[in-house]
Design a protein around this ligand. Structure first.
Ligand code: SF4
Ligand code: SF4
Ligand code: FES
Length: 230
């Protein structure tokens, strides 16, 4: 950790202060950023211990007399200074079966179906939700649990009426939805205000429970249902 004194002007965000440090005192200070508008998801860090986008966090949000501590996301390995290696997330992404839609199926959707999945498309892949999730952060269950960002992607696919893929078995086994214990920390830090837990994870859990743990369905599958397999 290193301390710097930065002259602050009205309207400055934490990323501005980091840029000022780079241009005056530490030209080799590594930080990832791109849009400075809260849309590329690159500038994620922990600001006074709270995961957030440095380009969207105003310095005026903190008491004037106190210093601000900026650290890299803890859940991912540090490459240098504030830059972390988030490539694990892209590997998880590849494990998700993509949208499946045959050419001759009806391409129409109702507005309510569009509304239901629209918020999932706002994800900017900042990975702040992955950073704060204790399953990944404290227990390091990266092989077992895909994390909240990918539950959002899976929910977007599963709730899309045009999608013909069947991912329930993967959601349960490969992506480990059962590891989430609904603490809602991911929802709290999402800069896009996606209601990750209530709108994505809980419906996925309900679908898995209906499919694998409903006793009536189990009896049906073991008896009559079996005869109707195609
Ligand atoms: S609600 Fe689930 S996915 Fe979100 S932070 Fe908590 S354990 Fe992780
Ligand atoms: S769901 Fe929200 S917090 Fe998670 S990666 Fe997407 S935008 Fe970031
Ligand atoms: S620089 Fe793009 S989200 Fe912060």
């Amino acid at each position: 950790m290193e301390s710097f004194d930065v002259e602050v002007e009205a309207g400055m965000v934490v990323l501005d202060a980091i840029h000022r440090i780079q241009s005056t005192e530490a030209p080799d200070l590594a930080v990832r950023w791109n849009c400075k508008a809260g849309k590329c998801g690159s500038c994620s860090a922990e600001i006074n211990g709270h995961p957030g986008l440095t380009c969207m966090t105003r310095i005026s949000d903190f008491p004037e007399e106190e210093s601000i501590t900026v650290q890299p996301m803890k859940t991912f390995p540090v490459i240098k200074d504030l830059v972390t290696d988030v490539s694990w997330n892209y590997e998880v992404n590849k494990r998700i079966a993509p949208h499946q839609h045959t050419k001759d199926s009806d391409p129409r959707m109702f507005q309510e179906e569009i509304n239901r999945t629209q918020e999932f498309r706002k994800c900017i892949e900042c990975f702040l939700c992955q950073d704060v999730c204790h399953v990944l952060r404290d227990h390091d269950l990266k092989d077992e649990f895909a994390g909240p960002r990918f539950m959002v992607r899976l929910a977007g696919l599963e709730m899309n009426p045009l999608d013909e893929g069947d991912r329930l078995s993967d959601i349960r086994e490969k992506h480990g939805v059962g590891f989430c214990n609904i603490t809602k920390c991911c929802t709290t830090v999402c800069p896009e205000n996606i209601t990750i837990t209530d709108n994505a994870i809980i419906p996925l859990k309900e679908r898995v429970v209906d499919e694998y743990y409903d006793p009536l369905k189990w009896i049906w599958n073991k008896t009559i249902g079996k005869n109707f397999e195609v």
